[in-house]
Design a protein around this ligand. Structure first.
Ligand code: UT7
Length: 347
């Protein structure tokens, strides 16, 4: 008997209400709207308010996704949460989300930098394909602003906070995840890391004084890695699905920098119209980037039933992850309840 594909049947997102514009940043560090726009394409990003927590943002996105799929938290067989900005070092994010949602199921947290949500999606889809589970929520949530040094102009202009989620269920048709590629190149981990606060260099006055609890990035090296991986991974996942990148109805790239996407589009001889872009509104939301773009693409009617999308993420690790998804009937019911419900304030 053919194994069912994991089909996306629900989707939801949550972004904090507070907006940090390029002009706001220009008052904080030596930068300008012109530089940020020209070098990244980013105009503004959403940053947590005092009421936003990683768990609360994840639950807000998950509740919307459940509502679209016509499910309740008690229907869930598994919760998978991707992130690099947990409420606490322990417990893992997914357990707090399980409790806050009121679900009674296992909960798994996946950490793979900006590639984390695609890793989580592919992991979750294996449980669907084996028949082990039927209803899974896959959440990408990042309150990455907590790890940003707002005195470092080379990183603080890039990142923003967000959450997005999808429901996976066994597909009744050929819709679902058709192909994927996961990758890791830990040799180059030092190009994008938080050097202090872990076991190698525990939190100390020295870590604080050197601001080593914040993200450090070798932007040019990561840029080269990103352009290379966006191109090769798109080619590889398309080939695995028996297609070429030109056959994708929509490409959803990690929303890190418009120049990375433009470079890849040029090398692949593809029109920029094929690429979904929302980085001007949100900046780089790390692991929430791909699901946030996917959810918005569905909500804006850019993905219809039968359409095939190729998505590629890349980031710390260094890591990358791509997937090809055929959309099912569910995307035709773009319901009013896909609007965000608001953040959950944890007591
Ligand atoms: O999600 C994880 C994946 N991350 C990425 O994909 C990020 C990849 N890297 C990038 O997107 C780009 O490398 C950046 C946007 C981070 C930087 O852009 P760039 O074109 O590579 O700039 P650069 O690092 O080569 O710096 C050029 C100049 C430097 O000044 P000098 O040395 O030429 O005088 C920087 O100090 O731009 C300066 N600079 C800035 N100037 C104004 C760096 N950041 C800023 C800034 N505002 N925010």
């Amino acid at each position: 008997m053919a194994m069912p594909r994991a089909e996306i049947t629900g989707w939801g997102k949550y972004v904090p209400t507070k907006i940090l514009t390029n002009d706001d940043l220009a008052k904080m560090v030596d930068t300008s709207d012109e530089w940020i726009t020209a070098r990244t394409g980013i105009k503004e990003r959403h940053i947590r308010t005092e009421n936003d927590t990683t768990t609360g943002m994840a639950c807000a996105a998950a509740r919307d996704a459940l509502a679209v799929a016509g499910l309740t938290p008690s229907d869930l067989d598994l919760i998978v949460v991707a992130n690099s900005s947990p409420d606490y070092l322990l417990p893992a994010s997914a357990n707090l989300v399980q409790y806050e949602l009121g679900a009674n199921c296992p909960a798994l947290t996946v950490t793979a930098g900006c590639s984390g949500w695609v890793y989580a999606l592919v992991t979750a889809s294996q449980f669907i394909q084996t028949g082990a589970y039927k209803n899974i929520v896959v959440i990408g949530v990042e309150l990455i602003s907590y790890a940003i040094d707002y005195t470092d102009r080379s990183t603080c202009v890039l990142f923003g906070d967000a959450a997005a989620a999808v429901i996976l269920q066994p597909g009744l048709t050929e819709a679902g995840i058709m192909a994927f590629e996961l990758g890791s190149d830990g040799q180059h981990a030092h190009h994008l890391m938080v050097p202090g606060g872990g076991t190698r260099k525990p939190m100390s006055q020295e870590v604080v004084d050197k601001r080593e609890m914040y993200i450090r990035m070798n932007g040019q090296e990561v840029f080269k890695f990103a352009t290379r991986k966006l191109i090769t991974c798109l080619n590889n996942i398309a080939a695995s699905a028996g297609m070429s990148p030109a056959d994708f109805d929509l490409i959803i790239p990690h929303q890190a920098n418009l120049r990375i996407i433009e470079y890849a589009a040029d090398k692949l001889h593809l029109s920029m119209d094929k690429f979904f872009i929302n980085l001007h509104k949100y900046g780089n939301t790390s692991t929430a980037s791909i699901p946030l773009a996917l959810v918005e693409a569905i909500q804006e009617g850019r993905l219809k039933s039968g359409d095939v999308t190729g998505m590629v993420a890349f980031g710390s690790g260094l890591s990358w992850a791509g997937a090809v998804i055929k959309m099912g009937e569910a995307v035709n019911k773009i319901a009013a309840n896909t609007e965000p419900q608001g953040a959950v304030v944890l007591q």
